[in-house]
Write a protein that binds this ligand. Structure first.
Ligand SMILES: [Zn+2]
Length: 131
């Protein structure tokens, strides 16, 4: 199955509570029915960073930063969106589309080889010729 970014976020939301995940990075406290912590993105003494497990979102009332687990990872670890996505996919045991595409290309090449096609990759361009 091919997973989109949305699928991965949904899968994450269904399987992992955002507050549990963020507890690896910040000091999460339970406050009534919600979870809060001191914002890792600005200096503060009282927690204004709130975590919504149902929606899988966070929001800081202090500095206005907010988003999902991918937003958090890109900002906290200073990594790219695709790195954050692949970290979460790995955590969930999901194979990303990119890998599936490579498998697809290999299968296509094997198929074409077996049909006596000559495949040449020249400067990143795929040339296919019937032999
Ligand atoms: Zn903040």
């Amino acid at each position: 199955m091919n997973y989109s970014v949305e699928d991965i976020l949904n899968e994450f939301k269904n399987r992992i509570r955002l507050s549990d995940f963020l507890a690896k990075y910040v000091n999460v406290e339970k406050k009534g029915n919600s979870y809060v912590c001191r914002c890792p993105f600005h200096n503060e003494k009282t927690p204004s960073f709130s975590i919504n497990n149902e929606k899988g979102l966070f929001y800081c009332f202090g500095c206005g930063i907010g988003g999902n687990v991918l937003t958090f990872l890109t900002k906290y670890n200073n990594i790219s969106f695709s790195e954050a996505l692949s970290d979460i996919a790995k955590l969930l045991g999901i194979q990303l589309k990119k890998k599936l595409k490579i498998l697809g290309a290999k299968k296509l090449r094997d198929f074409l080889n077996s049909q006596n096609y000559l495949i040449v990759i020249l400067k990143g361009i795929l040339l296919i010729e019937k032999m």
